[in-house]
Design a protein around this ligand. Structure first.
Ligand SMILES: [Zn+2]
Ligand SMILES: [Zn+2]
Length: 334
């Protein structure tokens, strides 16, 4: 009897969501999509659950290779700050904080995103999926929008009260690692997360043409970008060595080490246009010049030189950070 009732409910849901649809024309993935929505039995729960699971699987799934790489000394030759390898205790501490913010801030935010985006015209349970030709330009727009938003909001987070009470937490690691990508104050997750989800919301408001699958692909790529940018490694095959305007770890690692410059996420152009990469470019030029000057010196001597330059930049960064905090407390006491 109970089984009959369940089957009847599933049939009526199928009729409501997918009535008149020719199932034989669907791809394998589209069939799984339909099966998920019918199995869960409630589109809001089905979408919310899938989104949260996707975020967790992609985030930690992408961090695992970096945890393994950190444990293998062979890879140190490509570590941007080779004398700073995260310890397992540090990584675990970071994981706990990240999980806490995933369940307290991101879970409700992810859950709320769908009804909100749906009310702006986004499709969720519907199949067939949009074509690649539709998805690719949309994803490019989201990358562009997020990068610009982040460039501006991140600079604001480096000032006074916003730094002291919010962004300082993310700067705990002067030599970041993959897991540290989302290690941030809940308010920062909310502020910078806006850059990730406002693009899709604005887009579907104006065009009424966006499927949540496109948003999933976008979020997956954005998570890859953020985790890789914090990985601390620059390989010869890293994307920025192939696409020169891509930021990557080589760009963002400097932001953590020097506390300044390189505020954008995916692309280098805004920092270049507004000159917020001046110190970074000078640092790279100094390393390059020193390497040429020392090309006949021993490997140890070269490494020693690089370490000294890094320490100088880091010390300068610590002074700049103290300055921001001092400005804030001066304002407070005035
Ligand atoms: Zn910062
Ligand atoms: Zn960072």
């Amino acid at each position: 009897m109970a089984l009959n009732a369940t089957v009847a409910a599933a049939n009526s849901l199928q009729e409501t969501l997918y009535g008149g649809l020719d199932f034989s024309s669907l791809t394998w993935l589209e069939k799984q999509w339909v099966a998920w929505y019918i199995w869960i039995g409630n589109p809001i729960i089905a979408t919310g659950l899938m989104s949260f699971l996707m975020h967790e699987i992609v985030y930690f799934g992408r961090c695992i290779p970096w945890i393994i790489i950190d444990a293998i000394p062979y890879f140190r030759q490509w570590k941007l700050q080779p004398n700073k390898i995260p310890t397992p205790a540090e990584q675990w501490e970071c994981t706990k904080q990240v999980l806490f913010s995933h369940f307290t801030i991101e879970l409700p935010a992810i859950w709320l995103f769908h009804p909100m985006a749906e009310s702006f015209g986004m499709t969720t349970y519907q199949v067939p999926f949009p074509s690649w030709k539709t998805m690719v330009p949309q994803i490019f727009f989201f990358f562009f929008f997020e990068d610009l938003f982040h460039f501006l909001a991140h600079q604001a987070l480096h000032k006074g009260v916003l730094y002291k009470h919010i962004h300082k937490l993310h700067h705990k690691y002067a030599a970041p690692f993959g897991l540290a990508a989302e290690y941030a104050h809940p308010a920062e997750v909310f502020i910078l997360g806006t850059g990730t989800i406002a693009g899709p919301i604005l887009y579907c408001y104006f065009t009424q043409n966006l499927h949540i699958l496109t948003v999933y692909i976008w979020i997956t790529l954005r998570l890859f970008q953020a985790i890789d940018a914090h990985s601390g490694y620059d390989f010869p095959w890293s994307l920025h060595n192939i696409v020169p305007f891509w930021s990557g770890a080589e760009h963002h690692d400097f932001h953590h080490m020097a506390f300044t410059n390189n505020f954008s996420t995916s692309f280098r152009w805004w920092d270049r246009i507004f000159g917020t990469d001046k110190k970074y470019l000078e640092y790279r030029a100094r390393i390059k010049a020193a390497k040429i000057a020392m090309k006949n010196a021993s490997k140890d001597k070269q490494e020693e030189m690089e370490r000294r330059l890094m320490e100088e930049v880091e010390a300068e960064g610590q002074r700049a950070e103290a300055e921001v905090e001092r400005e804030f407390s001066n304002k407070k006491t005035q």
